[in-house]
Design a protein around this ligand. Sequence first.
Ligand SMILES: O=c1ccn([C@@H]2O[C@H](COP(=O)(O)O)[C@@H](O)[C@H]2O)c(=O)[nH]1
Length: 325
Amino acid sequence: MNRGADCVEHLAWRLAPEQGTRPDTAHRSFKLRLPDRRTAPVSTAIMPYEGKMSFIEKLKRSWKKGNSLLCVGLDPDLSRFPKPIDKNIESIFSFNREIIDATHDLVCAYKPQIAYFSAVSAEKQLEKTIDYIRSNYPHIPVILDAKRGDIGSTAEMYTKEAFSRYNVDAVTVNPYMGYDSAEPFLQHKDRGIILLCRTSNNGAGDLQDLIVDGVPIYEHVARLISEKWNFNRNCLLVVGATWPSKMSRIRSIVGDMPFLVPGVGAQGGNVKEMVTAGQTANGTGLIISSSRAILYASNGIDFAEAARSETIKLKNTVNQFRNTA
Ligand SMILES: O=c1ccn([C@@H]2O[C@H](COP(=O)(O)O)[C@@H](O)[C@H]2O)c(=O)[nH]1
């Protein structure tokens, strides 16, 4: 990006596409327009997954295409937006688009975290962000980080939220309410169901590390999911980067099941230890997610460039410790 006045003008245009001529991505409408101009809601049945490829297959191809295990987490926080960007809801999509355009060739996935959108009534911005990735970079899987989980009837609604409303490739699910709370998700053979196993946060051990029948609860979760819930081969686990020895233990229980790994960057997880502990024999098996360290790498007009540099740095560090296939 050029510097100076031209640059400001250019950025202003890119951040306000509605006023420019840049072709914007058509966002999905949930209303069917009838000839007499009344509107009727479209059925909320789950949309058929595009193509025949499962999430796991799409992920494997994405790992390979970009030679990357990195995922950029899309956690748009208006209070942290770079100075030149208006701190209003309409800017959320433009900010995300800048980050996506700057990093798409470096990542294996994107992970929007739903709270950053719903907290400020920006669900439309989430839809536009997901649609933008699907239209422009259709080979890159989108993971909705929603950590859903509830009784079966409500879980059905959460399933529709993820796979019909947002039509994402994969969703994070909290397994701690048991099988019936995960079952509506698990039935979707072609989508990825990413279940919390050992999370990255400081308090993760309060419950997940409690010993039951001689082993920590997170190990029970890993075993349960790999032996009983993975009948459609569509399960993955959330395993934080902040506890590599636990990750290594989980890897030994679940074989090659992929892990979504938050906790590098802002949370300080050690990349070398995490990659060594979690990768599979062929040097994959991980979706390593970083949000704040990439999104807010610069507070200035060069934020997208800075996000790209951070992503390159992390990608190279990760690749340094990967097994070669
Ligand atoms: O165990 C977990 C599960 C999910 N997350 C989510 O990942 C990102 C982390 O953001 P950073 O800025 O890279 O720390 C965020 O969306 C969390 O909700 C997690 O951190 N740990």
